[in-house]
Design a binder for this molecule. Structure first.
Ligand SMILES: [Zn+2]
Length: 110
């Protein structure tokens, strides 16, 4: 390689390096933006997940309450038809529609 050619080659490499440096400088703020956006999306995603979990738990709790009140309604119906719904006398007739505190606590208790 003669000296002139070497010099040209060097100038060429220098230009390429300058171009690359310029490109790197251009890419940096874009990458910064992407990192920030990614972080924000992660946070938002976590936030939405938490919200969804909360909603699902709430729904389960509401279902539980509805089930409970439904079964209490059934007990109440049975009781009004003249049957015990308490543990000790479940299914037996209430003589003369007598009141039963155990039945009442089963239906209305807690
Ligand atoms: Zn009873």
């Amino acid at each position: 390689m003669d000296k002139i050619k070497l010099y040209d080659e060097l100038v060429n490499v220098e230009r390429q390096l300058e171009t690359m440096l310029y490109q790197v400088k251009e890419m940096k703020p874009v990458l910064d933006d992407l990192i920030e956006e990614n972080l924000n999306l992660k946070l938002e995603n976590q936030h939405l997940h938490d919200k969804l979990d909360k909603l699902e738990k709430q729904e389960v709790a509401e279902d539980g309450r509805q089930e409970l009140s439904k079964s209490r309604l059934n007990l109440e119906k049975l009781y009004e038809q003249g049957f015990h719904v308490c543990k000790d006398f479940y299914g037996s007739r209430r003589e003369n529609q007598e009141e039963c505190v155990f039945c009442s606590s089963m239906i209305y208790g807690k």
